[in-house]
Every structure is written in structure tokens, then in C-alpha cells.
Design a protein around this ligand. Structure first.
Ligand SMILES: [Zn+2]
Length: 405
């Protein structure tokens, strides 16, 4: 079934999303904004849509000017308000076996399928669909729309956007990141840093290994060292997380081409996921010392040998206090009275938190469906998110029955 002729009218309090929300989501999914390509087509789309509702937005370009974040404010800029954060990029679909075209929103059995439906164009479309609501109601407190790029490749686009948001005349007092949480309010997640080690040894015949420097052996020493560092970090725990400790993980190790050759190159990718309070800088320094030690022994065998460290991604953890009053209020507005949860995945939320803006994660959809073939979001989930946006808009109004702050 196509989305276009699906529904009419609005879904003020119904179990179905509005036709406008479905239209916006279908349009967003149809723009294949995977992180490897420019996101400017999706930025153009959003900018034009906002302008159609009288909302001006500001672009923050990357260095190459082929990607941009968008920042827009609706309501009084001289009052503390609410930031709504989403990323515009999606992960690729290569090698995935989809039942329907991934960049065409397709509805089957109450589910809308398409790349980004859960992560996180569903939330993005819900925010856009609520823009008329925000224009009408956000008269006492503003809402700031913060849309980034390159979230899926290590939160590369968010830092500039977060800095611009924090530098607003009156910065927001609360940020809501709409990553998929089944609309549960999440207050914390681990931080992460990931690096690639490019290990260069010295090749040679396997019969004469003493004249060479084995890059795979060096990589193996680093793997063992990383495991030991991980074991030492596992003694410090925080039961709010699973597992309740900082983890050190090697995700890829490639090296060597043939048995009769000493490998002259190995490439190793590792990541560290830190619980709140863990000192990521100190952990990185321990790992760097391990790498330096292995580098020195490799160089002792062959002066031209080296190990180069390339950063892959890094983002801070999120650790908003569980008793933040806005957390309970947001949960109520989202139709739940559950205590805030912690997440097993990372988001841009830690960056806002780090910039001094209290931040929570709450969005429709489920992270378990993200990044996979047949990614979907429930129409009921979209409808609930639409209600949340409506209630948030009212909460920013002149006479809110339940002000968020
Ligand atoms: Zn996401």
C-alpha cells in the first residue's frame, strides 16, 4: 500500500498517525540520506517545509560544505526552552535483503517499513508534523529544532550544532533526543571511543622470520593487552547498565596474506564503552602506552616499522540524574509513569549534556529494528509520538496545565 492516499484528517487523540505525518515520513524516507553521501537534499526539504510554516532555519555546514546541520527556533528566543534533536542521516542498505524497496515507505499490517523509519526519520517527521502546533502554542517557551548529520558515523556532525545551540541568546534548559526508545524516557547511556591501529612491520620469507618484523604478532600482543585492560576495568561497576562495567572490545583484525610470508601489515579496530565516572582520557592513555610498548619492540626488529592510531569515532556518555523533574514530566506526557531507563546504545545526547543542557532520550520505534533489513515503525508508535509532540507544544504555551519547566 502506498502512503499517499492512505488516510485523511488528523489524529488528534486517535490510534493512528495523521496523514500529514505519514506524508512527511514517506518524503523523508524517499531521500536516501545515508551518511556516505551529502545530506543537503534532506536539509533542502526540511528547510523548505519550515519556511512554508514561517520558520527560518540556519545551516551549519561541514568543512567541505557538502553536509549541514539545521537549527531553527519557534517561539520566544529570549526565554529558556526545549531542544528537539534528531539526525538526518541513515545507515546503508547494501547487502541487506529487504521485502520492499528500502527508500519507499511501505505500509503493511500497521507497520511502516523503510530505511530510517525507526532510526530516526520517524521522530524527525513527527517533529516536523508538529511544527504548526509549535507555531500556534509555543508562546511562553521556545522550541529549538536541532537536526544533525553524520550521527551514524560517530556523531561527527553534532559538535558544531550542539555548540551553536548552547550559544543561543538563551540556551535551552532541556534537550530531548528522539532516538528510538519505544517512547520510554531514557536518562543515561555509556560513552564510547573507537580507534583503528594500522600496524606496519617488515615482510620477509617465513623461513627467515628473524630478518623481518611480524605485524600480526604485534597485533596479537595488543589484543592480549586490551583484554587485560578490559579485565581491570570490569571491577568498577554501575548496575544501571548491562554489562555494569566499562568494556574493551576488538571488532576486527586483519593481517597476513600467505603462510610462507611474514606479514608486514595488520589492521586492528577496537572500541571502549565507558560507564559514567570512568575516565576515558586515562583509559585511552593506558591503551596508548600499550601501543607504544609494542611499537618500540617492533621498531627494535625493523626501524621502519610503526603503529599509527586513527580515530574512528567518539562520543561522551549520558548521565542525567534519575530525579531530574523534567524526566517524570516527560514520561507523563509520553503516557507512561515508568522510571527513566538507561540505553544500551549511544546517541548525541551526551554532547548536549556535556554542553550543560539537561538531556533525555525519548523517541518512537525500537533500536532493535534499526540498521537492519525491513526496518519499520508501528503506526501506533507514530500516533503516540504525535500525541507527545502535541502535549509538548501545549506545555510550552501560555497556560499549560502541566508545564515541562
Ligand atoms: Zn539514530
Amino acid at each position: 500500500m502506498s502512503v499517499g492516499a492512505l488516510r485523511s484528517g488528523t489524529a488528534a487523540e486517535g490510534a493512528e498517525p495523521s496523514a500529514e505525518l505519514l506524508r512527511l515520513l514517506a518524503d523523508l524516507i524517499a531521500i536516501p540520506s545515508i551518511s556516505a553521501v551529502s545530506n543537503l537534499p534532506v536539509v533542502d526539504y526540511i528547510e523548505t517545509y519550515l519556511a512554508g510554516h514561517g520558520v527560518t532555519s540556519r545551516r551549519l555546514y561541514n568543512a567541505a560544505s557538502d553536509k549541514a546541520s539545521l537549527l531553527a527556533t519557534i517561539g520566544p528566543a529570549d526565554a529558556p526552552g526545549l531542544a528537539l534533536s534528531a539526525h538526518t542521516d541513515v545507515v546503508p542498505v547494501e547487502g541487506q535483503n529487504w521485502s520492499s524497496p528500502p527508500f519507499t515507505a511501505t505500509i503493511r499490517d500497521g507497520k511502516l517499513y523503510g530505511r530510517g523509519s525507526s532510526d530516526m526519520k520517524g521522530f524527525l517527521a513527527t517533529v516536523l508534523a508538529a511544527v504548526p502546533d509549535f507555531v500556534r502554542h509555543a508562546t511562553r517557551r521556545p522550541v529549538h529544532l536541532c537536526f544533525s548529520y553524520d550521527e551514524e558515523v560517530g556523531c561527527a556532525g553534532a559538535p558544531d550544532l550542539v555548540a551553536a545551540t548552547a550559544a543561543l541568546a538563551v540556551p535551552p534548559v532541556l534537550c530531548l533526543v528522539g532516538e528510538p526508545s519505544s517512547l520510554k524516557v531514557a536518562r543515561a547511556h555509556k560513552g564510547k571511543f573507537a580507534n583503528r591501529l594500522i600496524i606496519t612491520g617488515k615482510g620477509g620469507h617465513s623461513a627467515l622470520p628473524h630478518r623481518a618484523a611480524n605485524a600480526v604478532n604485534a597485533a596479537a600482543k595488543i589484543v592480549v593487552g586490551l583484554e587485560a585492560i578490559g579485565a581491570s576495568l570490569a571491577t568498577i561497576t554501575d548496575d544501571a547498565f548491562e554489562p555494569p562495567y566499562t568494556t574493551v572490545h576488538v571488532g576486527a583484525l586483519h593481517g597476513g596474506t600467505a603462510l610462507n610470508l611474514v606479514p608486514d601489515r595488520a589492521v586492528l579496530d577496537y572500541e571502549v564503552r565507558t560507564i559514567p565516572g570512568a575516565d576515558a582520557v586515562a583509559i585511552k592513555a593506558r591503551i596508548d602506552a600499550l601501543v607504544a610498548e609494542v611499537r618500540a619492540s617492533l621498531k627494535a626488529q625493523a626501524p621502519e616499522a610503526d603503529i599509527v592510531v586513527e580515530p574512528i569515532s567518539a562520543y561522551p556518555g549520558l548521565d542525567t540524574p534519575a530525579d531530574l523533574p523534567a524526566a517524570a514530566k516527560l514520561a507523563r506526557l509520553a503516557g507512561s509513569n515508568e522510571a527513566p531507563i538507561t540505553l544500551a546504545y549511544g546517541t548525541e545526547a551526551g554532547l548536549y549534556d556535556e554542553a550543560g543542557i539537561a538531556t533525555l532520550v525519548c523517541g518512537p520505534g525500537d533500536i532493535a529494528r534499526a540498521h537492519k533489513a525491513d526496518e519499520w515503525i508501528g503506526l501506533d508508535e507514530l500516533a503516540r509520538a504525535e500525541h507527545l509532540m502535541h502535549r509538548l507544544a501545549l506545555a510550552l504555551g501560555d497556560t499549560p496545565s502541566d508545564p515541562l519547566f
